[in-house]
Design a protein around this ligand. Structure first.
Ligand code: FES
Length: 214
């Protein structure tokens, strides 16, 4: 046993010995009174003994109550915690991007921060690209001078339509569901994606709502 453990054990032994004999529960003034009157010692000793025992019992009761209430309190907090789930708040997957005339020809980054999409407009058509690299899911950067999307994670590159041509990305970036509303604005739903997976024979880029004729 190391010196530290020995001192610790000695301290615990001393503490509990004093607790069992009532030394810790006895008021200093009472101890002093015990020493002052030797003639009355037997009578005071009996009284003192009763007081000590009562103090010990009171201390034990407090200790037990503290343990019980502590245990109940911790359990109550744990139950309370279930009423506050760790919810991850994400933007609504469905949102309105406005009129086709709001966008210039090319790539618009207006909704990149808020909804992680680019609006891609060409003469006569418009579609929305989900800004998520198809390799491991990073957000690529739009490079306006080169007219490409570049993924900073592992170097995948996509052309202006989001078609992959370099790096480890296995397929083009997905496109979001879009629909023209009665008022002429475009509703976009990011929860519905269209894929182009040449190796699996999937080509959904020309399906209705993957692209709009404007
Ligand atoms: S996540 Fe984009 S290249 Fe790896």
């Amino acid at each position: 046993m190391g010196a530290g453990k020995f001192v610790y054990a000695y301290f615990l032994h001393s503490f509990f010995s004093r607790l069992s004999t009532g030394d810790l529960m006895t008021e200093p003034s009472e101890q002093g009174a015990q020493a002052v009157s030797p003639q009355q010692k037997p009578e005071i000793s009996e009284t003192q003994k009763g007081k000590n025992q009562e103090a010990i019992n009171r201390g034990r009761r407090r200790l037990v109550l503290a343990c019980v209430f502590g245990y109940l309190g911790v359990n109550f907090l744990m139950v309370l915690r279930y009423f506050f789930p760790r919810t991850l708040f994400q933007p609504n997957t469905q949102f309105n991007i406005g009129y086709p005339s709001d966008f210039d020809i090319g790539v618009n980054q207006q909704f990149l921060q808020s909804h992680r999409v680019w609006v891609r407009k060409d003469p006569g058509q418009l579609f929305v690209i989900h800004a998520k690299c198809t390799h491991l899911g990073c957000t690529p950067d739009w490079e306006p001078t080169q007219h490409i999307f570049h993924c900073p994670c592992h170097g995948s590159e996509y052309d202006i339509d989001g078609i992959n041509f370099a790096g480890p990305a296995p397929r083009p970036m997905d496109r979001c569901w879009i629909s023209k509303q009665a008022d002429g604005t475009i509703l976009c739903n990011k929860a519905m994606l269209f894929l182009d997976e040449p190796y699996a024979g999937i080509d959904q880029f020309n399906e209705p709502h993957a692209i709009l004729t404007i």
